[in-house]
Design a protein around this ligand. Structure first.
Ligand code: OOB
Length: 558
């Protein structure tokens, strides 16, 4: 496929010989796998559960076949890209599996994404289709779809789960199941959206071979089997809930995927009890919420494993998991790019609360380097470079960007700062990439800045993280203005108008006389963030937020 950088053949051969890549294709999900026990092969077993619905393997497998045939009848073919933006739902699963069976490639968008993100994805991926929901909280996805389609004539098919409005009803797309040529295991299966570094977020190609390995290996390490239930509490379009082992890993193992509409306690705690959930994945901010509310709900998570990752975990939050909830914690350093490091359930609570453990695979290669790419001794902090059987070798169709993001021998520059302990565990200590980690949701500075500059009176803008007790970090826009400064509310309204996802909107606006620059003449976002790391600047806040204490260097916007 044009724009896809595969692994060099010697490495690919090594990954196959080691049994990591076994020639599996993701379209075989929902069907029994050779090593399953006779009990697990029962087609009537439950595959997917929501608060109101239960679907067996047989039911979803048939639906995926019908949908694959229906999509093929519409003209969607192997290699075509289709944006999938669906909430945690059985339709997400059948849509992805149907596309896998055709060899068409889902481009996974988050439910929080809006016109700006979909517009960008449609153009970048050259998408021929969009599968979306009718409505979500505070959004009519059909209106978004209409705008995106108007700008992209190549987006020929819009399928809507629910009331389709002017588009095609997802439920009407059914054909007569038939054999399909399908993809090769080494082909790209789907695209994940990167958390980002510089420029706009890039697409990450994941192959059938590599993702199938991730599903098996993570399930094995967590001891997840056919009798177990996995709870998706965060969006399934995110790698964390999709495939670590996540929803697809649960189905690969013959277990059950329990889909929650949100991670809110009244949604998840009853599901955990009813379905005897064994495993789930959360970001640290959600874990804190569960710790606060678990006792009120009488939640007993005894025997459950909680994977936490995506953002800095305050150690005391990690340490509280067993005493408060009764669950076992494992901490994960994950990237949609394919690197996974995590503590194992038997490693003990202290290690899980304070480190990100060890790599998923014995052939994952991790090095901590200085600014000249020189490897650093154990214990010293530098940038983490990674390579391995699941780690991409290039973002989709961006050769220039790839030359900067990968070393000559194919290591990905993660943009994360890390060190190794003497016992070999990874510890993430910070970040050099210009990304704000807002409770695990990644906000790329460049992207928000480009939208801020659309304001007629904003002359210069830098977007930097500010500390936040709940989310870890929030988004601060530092701007230089001509004339009267806009208010935070105005700026948020403008960006929303421009179709940007809500989680990327500035939480705080600082108006300054000038932005600092580095010696090479770039805006010094690091200096701006450091000035704000104690949260003392005078700034505009969201209504209801407490005023920070003390003075600061910024002048207040009117
Ligand atoms: C997960 O994946 P992404 O792609 O949304 O974000 C990756 C980035 C990392 O580069 C790092 O900056 C940050 O998220 N991160 C952590 C972390 N785990 C990820 N920062 C500090 N501590 C950690 N434990 O976020 C993701 C993917 C799969 C599983 C879990 C998380």
């Amino acid at each position: 496929m044009d724009g896809f950088t595969g692994w060099p053949s010697e490495l690919a051969a090594r990954y196959r010989a080691a049994g990591y890549w076994r020639g599996e294709v993701l379209g075989d999900l929902l069907r029994p796998w050779p090593e399953w026990s006779p009990q697990a092969r029962d087609p009537q077993r439950t595959a997917v559960v929501t608060r109101t619905r239960r679907h067996s393997y047989a039911e979803l497998d048939t639906r995926a076949d019908q949908l694959a045939a229906g999509l093929a009848d519409l003209g969607i073919a192997r290699g075509d890209r289709v944006i999938v933006q669906l909430p945690n739902s059985p339709e997400f699963v059948t849509t992805c599996v149907a596309l896998f069976r055709i060899g068409a490639l889902p481009v996974l968008a988050l439910p929080a994404h809006r016109r700006a993100e979909l517009d960008y994805l449609a153009g970048y991926a050259g998408a021929v289709g969009l599968v979306t929901a009718d409505r979500g909280v505070g959004v009519d996805y059909r209106e978004v779809a209409a705008q995106v389609r108007a700008a992209h004539p190549g987006l020929r098919h819009v399928l809507v789960v629910g009331d389709p409005g002017e588009f095609t009803a997802w439920s009407d797309v059914r054909g007569t199941p038939r054999p399909m040529a399908g993809p090769q295991p080494s082909d790209v299966a789907f695209f994940l959206l990167s958390g980002g570094t510089t420029g706009l977020p890039k697409l990450i190609p994941r192959t059938h071979d590599d993702y199938a390995f991730q599903l098996r290996a993570t399930a094995a390490e967590m001891g997840f089997g056919a009798d177990d239930a996995y709870l998706a509490a965060v969006p399934v379009a995110h790698n964390a809930a999709l495939g670590c082992p996540g929803v697809l890993g649960a189905l690969r193992a013959g277990g059950r995927a329990v889909l929650a509409a949100s991670p809110s306690p009244d949604e998840v705690f009853p599901l955990i009890t009813q379905e005897r959930v064994r495993l789930t994945t959360v970001m640290p901010a959600v874990l804190s919420l569960w710790l606060e509310t678990g006792p009120l709900f009488g939640a007993d998570l005894d025997g459950m494993i909680i994977e936490v990752g995506g953002a800095v975990l305050p150690p005391d939050v990690g340490r509280a998991v067993r005493p408060v909830l009764g669950a076992t914690l494992t901490q994960w350093f994950g990237m949609a790019e394919g690197m996974l490091c995590f503590t194992r359930p038997g490693n003990g609570d202290e290690l899980a609360a304070t480190t990100q453990g060890t790599p998923m695979c014995a052939d994952d290669e991790l090095v901590v380097v200085d600014e000249q790419d020189g490897p650093l001794p154990v214990g010293e902090v530098g940038e983490l470079l990674v390579r391995g059987p699941c780690v991409l070798r290039g973002y989709y169709a961006v050769p220039e960007h790839n030359r900067r993001m990968f070393t000559a021998d194919g290591f990905l520059r993660t943009g994360d700062l890390a060190r190794f302990t003497t016992t070999g565990e990874l510890v993430i200590t910070g970040r050099i990439k210009d990304v704000i980690n807002r409770g695990g949701e990644k906000v790329v500075a460049d992207e928000v800045e480009s939208h801020l500059l659309a304001h007629e009176r904003i002359r210069a803008a830098a977007v930097v993280p500010v500390p936040d007790p709940g989310l870890g970090e929030k988004v601060c826009a530092v701007v230089v203005v001509d004339g009267v400064a806009p208010t935070l509310a105005e700026v948020r309204a403008l960006l929303r108008e421009r179709g940007l996802a809500d989680y990327k909107l500035p939480d705080r606006l600082d108006v300054v006389d000038a932005l600092p620059h580095t010696t090479v003449g770039k805006v010094d976002r690091r200096a701006l963030a450091a000035q704000r790391s104690t949260s003392t600047a005078v700034a505009q806040r969201m209504p209801g937020e407490p005023a920070p204490r003390g003075g600061g260097t910024a002048r207040a916007a009117s």
